[in-house]
Design a protein around this ligand. Structure first.
Ligand code: PRE
Length: 283
């Protein structure tokens, strides 16, 4: 049985991803994303699962920044999960959900429900928590307060809450990508089944070189390497300094990706491989 760490407490979306893909393993909750990443670094767990990107809200910057700037662990797998957000309250307040004073949730979950919150609960205070399930746990522990949480159905069951309004996310096609982290690059994949492979690179452009980004993209383009994501993030070294994260829709090979990397390096770019890994889409 392998030890798998996740952003907890029990019944987060991350926990659902872990329960689905690591059914026979031991699951250990961590309070924050950095704590979960640290647990992999320290060897407390073999794998750590953290959210990376949501279809409505974009990247989970805390994950990306911690992985890039603090603890550089390889990505060895990816799980994509459909996300349905529900407004839940303590059963004592089932009829008062329109009079809530405060709604708690993870900032990404709050952002996925802005339209609903704006139109239906416009005066409510919004408070960010470390995860959706920790918001549900907080509501359970404060039955005297007229407050709510945005979380999933499993959290409503786990913490004995009443779903006052189901499916409050603003757009139907809501999914989140979770990455599987390991201490070192592995030959074995963390799960037996998968829907395809991705390779993620971090690319830093040479400073002040006109057309550098165009040249980078053409190194992938003429090799017909399909990119499923390109995103820039601050290098945190000064205003205007950015690096790029690029996802290529295929496994690392012997020819195409290595020669694209060599071409980028010849152009003066710095390229780091963050992982080449299988992904699985949960239905
Ligand atoms: O709080 C949770 O339940 C999480 O697993 C975190 C998280 C995220 O950070 O994006 C995961 C999925 C949803 O997009 C909302 C929150």
């Amino acid at each position: 049985m392998r030890k798998v760490g996740y952003l907890g407490p029990r019944a987060t979306f991350t926990h659902i991803a872990v329960q689905t893909m690591f059914q026979r393993d031991e699951h250990l909750p961590y309070r924050t994303i950095p704590a979960c990443v640290d647990a992999v670094v320290n060897g407390e767990v073999e794998y750590g699962i953290v959210p990376l990107e949501n279809a409505l809200e974009g990247s989970v910057n805390l994950t990306l920044d911690y992985l890039i700037h603090e603890k550089r662990l390889p990505i060895v797998g990816e799980i994509v999960l459909p996300i349905r957000q529900h407004l839940m309250v303590h059963p004592n307040h089932a009829k008062e959900w329109q009079e809530l004073t405060t709604v708690y949730s993870h900032s990404h979950a709050i952002a996925q429900c802005h339209k609903f919150l704006h139109t239906t609960l416009s005066d409510v205070l919004l408070e960010a928590t470390t995860s959706t399930a920790s918001a549900a746990q907080f509501v359970k522990e404060h039955p005297e307060q007229v407050i709510g949480a945005i979380a999933n159905e499993l959290a409503a069951k786990e913490y004995g809450l009443h779903i006052a309004q189901p499916n409050i996310h603003d757009y139907n096609h809501n999914t989140t990508r979770f990455v599987v982290l390991h201490r070192s690059v592995q030959q074995d994949t963390p799960f037996d089944v998968h829907d395809g492979y991705k390779t993620t690179l971090m690319i830093t452009l040479p400073s002040d070189q006109a057309g550098a980004l165009h040249q980078v993209l053409s190194a992938f383009g003429w090799r017909k390497l399909n990119l499923s994501k390109i995103e820039s993030r601050p290098m945190k070294t000064g205003l205007g300094n950015y690096f790029f994260i690029v996802d290529i829709e295929q496994k690392m090979d012997d020819v195409l990706i290595p020669s694209a990397i060599a071409e980028l390096e010849a152009l003066g770019c710095t390229v780091n491989l963050l992982g080449s890994y299988p992904y699985f889409l949960i239905k």
